[in-house]
Design a protein around this ligand. Structure first.
Ligand SMILES: *Cc1c(COP(=O)(O)O)cnc(C)c1O
Length: 385
C-alpha cells in the first residue's frame, strides 16, 4: 500500500490516547466466540452461500422486523442492488431521478449513478442534518421515481413524512441504513419504513463484520428474490441465469462473525446512547454546537457529531489532548471530481456542514474516563481567539 492509501487507514491511537474507535477492543470482548465461530466455518468445508448465511439472514431480518434479508458483499452493493433490482423488475428505468441528501457518504450517490440513474441532491434539515421532506417535495420533477433517505449518524430521517410523500407522489422510498442499525421510531427499527433498506457491515459500523459485508432488507418478496439472484450471477438455479447479475455475496466467515456480534448489538447501541447522553449533558461551550432535535433514546448514535465554525482548530486542540476526532464528511459529493455533472448544484447548507462538522470518539468500548476527558477537552477549547 502506498502512502496515499495509508492515509485512509484507521489510525490506532498512541498509548494513553482516547481513540476514535478501537476495533481491536470492540472485537476482543468476544474473541473466544468469534474464534469458535471461525473454527466452525473452517471445519465445515463450505465457505460461500451456506448455512451460516441462511441463519444470519433469518436472524438479522428478525432483529430488524422485516420479512427478508439478503446478505451481500458490502453496503454500497446493498444500495446498488436495491436500485438494480427495481430496474430489473421494471419499476425504475435508466435516466430516472433519485432524490438523495447532498450531505451523505459518497456511496449513496455511487449506488444511484452506477445504475445509470440520476442523483438529485437536496439540502438537509438544519437541525438534524437529515432529509427535509419539504426540500424533497420541492425537488421532485417529472423524471423523479425514488427517494433515498439516509439515516445519517444513526438518527432516522423523518420516515413517516417521507413515506406519506412517497405514497402521494408514487415514488419508491429506499433507506440507506448503513449508519442506523438499531435506530427506532414508534417502536420500529431502521429498515422497516421504506420499500427496501441497505445495511453495511463495514467493521466500524454499529454492527461490523471482520471484513466487508452488507445486507438488503425488504418486505417485498419479488425484490428480495431478484437481489438474491443478482448477487449470485443472476442465478437462482445453478447455471440458469435469469438476469445479468454480479458476484456480491456475504461469505460464510463474515456471516458467522456477524451472528456472534448481532447478539450484542442491542447492548452496544445502549452503551452508545449512554455515551451520547453524557456528551450532551457535559459539553458546554458557546462555540461547540451539540446535535440538535435529537430523540436520544431512538438514535443509534453511530457518530456523535458537533458543529464548530473553527472546526479544524477544535480538531487540533483535541489532538493535542490525545483525543482522536474525525470529519464526516469534509467534501460533499457535488464538489467531488467524481461528479462534474453536479458541480452547478447550489447546496450552501451542505457545504457549510462539511466545513463545520466534527465527530467525537464514540463506541461500545469507550469508558467513563475517556468520555470525561473528551468533555473536559471540549470545554477547555480556546478556539481561534
Ligand atoms: C458506510 C456507508 C455506506 C457504504 O457501506 P460499505 O459497506 O462501506 O460499502 C453507504 N452509506 C452510508 C451512509 C455509509 O455510512
Amino acid at each position: 500500500m502506498g502512502p496515499d492509501v495509508m492515509k485512509n487507514a484507521p489510525v490506532e491511537a498512541a498509548p494513553g490516547d482516547v481513540p476514535f474507535l478501537s476495533l481491536r477492543e470492540v472485537n476482543a470482548r468476544y474473541a473466544d466466540e468469534l474464534k469458535a465461530a471461525a473454527a466452525r466455518v473452517i471445519d465445515s468445508g463450505w465457505y460461500v452461500l451456506g448455512d451460516e448465511l441462511v441463519a444470519f439472514e433469518r436472524e438479522f431480518a428478525g432483529w430488524c422486523g422485516v420479512r427478508h434479508a439478503v446478505g451481500v458483499g458490502n453496503g454500497l452493493d446493498a444500495l446498488s442492488l436495491i436500485l438494480r433490482g427495481y430496474k430489473e423488475l421494471g419499476v425504475l428505468g435508466e435516466g430516472d431521478e433519485v432524490v438523495v441528501p447532498g450531505n451523505t457518504f459518497i456511496a449513496s450517490f455511487l449506488a444511484i449513478s452506477e445504475n445509470r440513474l440520476v442523483p438529485l441532491p437536496v439540502e438537509p434539515d438544519a437541525a438534524t442534518f437529515n432529509l427535509d421532506p419539504a426540500c424533497v417535495e420541492a425537488a421532485i420533477g417529472s423524471r423523479t421515481r425514488a427517494i433515498m433517505a439516509v439515516h445519517l449518524y444513526g438518527q432516522l430521517a423523518d420516515m413517516p413524512a417521507l413515506a406519506a410523500l412517497a405514497r402521494r407522489r408514487g415514488l419508491l422510498l429506499i433507506e440507506d441504513a448503513a449508519q442506523a442499525h438499531g435506530a427506532l421510531r414508534d417502536g420500529r427499527r431502521a429498515g422497516t419504513f421504506g420499500d427496501a433498506a441497505a445495511f453495511s457491515f463495514f467493521p466500524a459500523k454499529n454492527l461490523g463484520a471482520l471484513g466487508d459485508g452488507g445486507a438488503v432488507v425488504t418486505g417485498d418478496v419479488a425484490l428480495a428474490r431478484r437481489v438474491a439472484a443478482l448477487r449470485n450471477y443472476g442465478s437462482e438455479v445453478k447455471y440458469r441465469h435469469l438476469c445479468q447479475g454480479l458476484n456480491s455475496r456475504l461469505d460464510e466467515m463474515q456471516a458467522a462473525m456477524l451472528r456472534v456480534k448481532l447478539k450484542y448489538l442491542d447492548a452496544d447501541v445502549a452503551w452508545r446512547r449512554r455515551v451520547a447522553h453524557r456528551y450532551r449533558d457535559g459539553i458546554r461551550h458557546p462555540r461547540i454546537k451539540l446535535p440538535g432535535a435529537v430523540r436520544e433514546e431512538q438514535h443509534a448514535w453511530h457518530l456523535f457529531v458537533v458543529r464548530c465554525a473553527e472546526r479544524d482548530a477544535l480538531q487540533r486542540h483535541l489532538r493535542a489532548h490525545g483525543i482522536q476526532a474525525q470529519v464526516h464528511y469534509p467534501v460533499p459529493a457535488h464538489r467531488q471530481p467524481a461528479y462534474p455533472a453536479l458541480r452547478s448544484a447550489r447546496l450552501p447548507l451542505t457545504e457549510r456542514l462539511c466545513d463545520e462538522v466534527l465527530s467525537l470518539p464514540l463506541g461500545p468500548t469507550l469508558g467513563d474516563d475517556g468520555v470525561a476527558r473528551v468533555i473536559d477537552a471540549c470545554n477547555a477549547f480556546g478556539g481561534g481567539a
